[in-house]
Ligand binder design. Structure first.
Ligand code: ADP
Length: 546
């Protein structure tokens, strides 16, 4: 290093060791008079001392710096360059890109004539490259935000004493306008652009800018009548007060949700109304049922009372006609005897009918028919039935038989009177609806109905009569139903017998079944368990259970 201008060693050392680069170029050729270490480091191995710049740094000429030097030399005006780019070739031929901050300072003689140029500056390549990289990456993000469907913007928040809190759009993407519905926003302050905007937005973005806490929320912008989903975060340095905002218009989604909620609410109201209506009609039904039950009870009561009243005179009539028929004084003509017989038989029929009506009335009103259980005497039962039907069989010229299995349970408990009532009803039907052939009753133990063999007894009434169609079999057990209403005249009856029989059988814990084919005859089976049901129940309770 040559000492050209400096006198003291200290001065010389200061220049030489400075991190800034210095050189003195004497004009007009710009010969290197001096260059410090930092300068020499820029142009290694070039030996500049005493040589013109165009030889030492030919790159300066080709990149316009020689012109600049000439200009300073000619005009005497200082030149300042910031981050000036220059490409230098290393001795190995490798090209280096540098950015330099420098000053070309003219040095004048006593006459004011420029005689040399003092070059001083610093290498800012690192900083500049970092800036370029930053710009490039910012550019990348900008491109990214430009291409998304979401609205994107950067706002600068102003929160200064004496001024209204406000923010200004300093960057927006393409989707911004469509998503926000705000036009020409760039560069504008919010209070000026949208005077009606709620304070919420100002405060929210101010908080993000101040605290650096990102926020994510959904909110309505009343002035725009739109709903937004927003994500806002601080960018850059805190003092810049910059907030980036990503947002989308969710108005449609919110409206859909509101509609959905409303239709839910409407549905709920409808359900409530419907429930109330149902409850009302339920109450009406209950009331109607209560009225109907009261009416039915009244009817049953009348029927039951009337039946009782009828029985007394009827019994007298039957008794007296029986006495008359015996004709002890033998003073009745055959015709008169026949009349008496008719009176007796009609009285019997009428009594049966009254008994049936009374039973039915009791069944209908839910009053328990009294069941008196005791051990059944099979012989007695057979005798009773035989006595009742032998004469009828003979009169109708029908075969009649009663078959009793030898292994009938010895201790069979039932209500004999009610059992007889059922069997007699079935047998009298069998005789009534059979013109020729036979009627029979078979009583046998029924094996295999449960674990114990012989735990039930079957009473089977078979006839070879007119039979009952499948259709009619479904209704004959209902009160007042006859298989063929057209038959009423031909076969008298009330349609009560089977209904009463079924109730009685059920009360005895058993079942009654029918099998029949029109024209071929019918089979009625009554099956009674040997073990009685736990408690005697009223017909109504039984029906409910059934
Ligand atoms: P009814 O007083 O009419 O005999 P029931 O309740 O005893 O009343 O019988 C109902 C109807 O069932 C009868 O009207 C008849 O049509 C039919 N029915 C009952 N038993 C027989 C039978 N053994 N053969 C043909 N039809 C029968």
């Amino acid at each position: 290093m040559k000492r050209l201008l400096a006198d003291s060693d200290l001065f010389h050392q200061m220049f030489d060791d400075s991190p800034a680069f210095f050189a003195l170029l004497r004009g007009p050729e710009f010969i290197f008079e001096m260059a410090n270490k930092a300068y020499l480091a820029l142009i290694p191995n070039r030996e500049p001392e005493g040589r013109p710049i165009k030889d030492v740094v030919p790159e300066a000429e080709s990149q316009g710096y020689l012109d600049l030097l000439n200009q300073v030399y000619r005009t005497g005006e200082i030149f300042r360059g910031n981050a000036m780019p220059i490409k230098l070739h290393d001795p190995d031929g490798h090209e280096r890109q540098l950015f330099l901050d420098f000053v070309y300072q003219p040095i004048k003689d006593d006459n004011g004539q420029v005689v040399a140029i003092f070059v001083q500056g610093s290498d800012v390549t690192e900083r500049k490259l970092a800036e370029i990289r930053l710009i490039e990456s910012e550019e990348k993000y900008r491109l990214l935000f430009q291409s998304i469907d979401q609205g994107y913007c950067v706002v600068r928040v102003r929160d200064e004493p004496g001024q209204a809190l406000d923010y200004q759009y300093i960057e927006i993407n393409d989707a911004f306008e469509q998503q926000s519905g705000v036009q020409f926003a760039l560069g504008h302050w919010m209070r000026e652009l949208r005077p009606q905007l709620e304070e919420f937005w100002f405060k929210t973005y101010r908080d993000v800018a101040v605290t650096g806490q990102p926020v994510r929320f959904e909110h309505e912008s009343r002035d725009l009548q739109r709903w937004f989903s927003v994500y806002a975060f601080r960018i850059s340095q805190p003092e810049d007060m910059l907030v980036a905002i990503l947002f989308s218009d969710i108005t449609q989604r919110v409206r859909d949700q509101i509609e959905l909620k409303m239709s839910h609410a409407e549905l709920e109201v409808k359900v409530l109304e419907r429930t109330a209506e149902l409850a009302r009609s339920n109450l009406e039904l209950i009331e109607a049922k209560r009225i109907a039950e009261r009416a039915s009870q009244a009817k049953s009561d009348i029927l039951s009372n009337t039946s009782h009243e009828l029985r007394t005179p009827l019994n007298s009539l039957i008794l007296i006609s029986q006495l008359l028929a015996e004709n002890p004084e033998r003073n009745l003509t055959p015709k008169q005897r026949k009349y008496v017989d008719v009176i007796y038989e009609s009285g019997q029929d009428l009594l049966m009918l009254v008994n049936d009506l009374l039973d039915m009335a009791q069944i209908e009103s839910g009053v328990s028919l009294i069941i008196q259980n005791k051990k059944i005497d099979w012989q007695h039962l057979q005798q009773n039935i035989n006595n009742s039907f032998t004469e009828t069989a003979a009169r109708k010229k029908l075969e009649f038989s009663i078959g009793m299995a030898p292994n009938l349970p010895k201790h069979f408990i039932s209500d004999e009177r009610r059992l007889l009532q059922v069997l007699k009803n079935l047998l009298s039907n069998a005789f009534k609806f059979t013109k020729e052939g036979s009627v029979s009753l078979e009583i046998q133990p029924l094996a295999g109905r449960s674990s114990e063999a012989g735990d039930a007894v079957e009473f089977k009434v078979t006839d070879s009569g007119i039979g009952i169609s499948k259709e009619k079999q479904k209704i004959i057990f209902e009160a007042f139903h006859q298989a063929d209403t057209g038959n009423t005249r031909q076969y008298n009856g009330t349609g009560l017998g089977l209904a009463i029989s079924r109730e009685l059988v059920q009360m005895m814990g058993g079942t009654i079944l029918v099998e029949s084919e029109p024209g071929k005859g019918s089979v009625f089976r009554v099956i009674l368990p040997c073990h009685l049901p736990a408690a005697e129940r009223s017909p109504k309770q039984l029906r409910q259970l059934g």
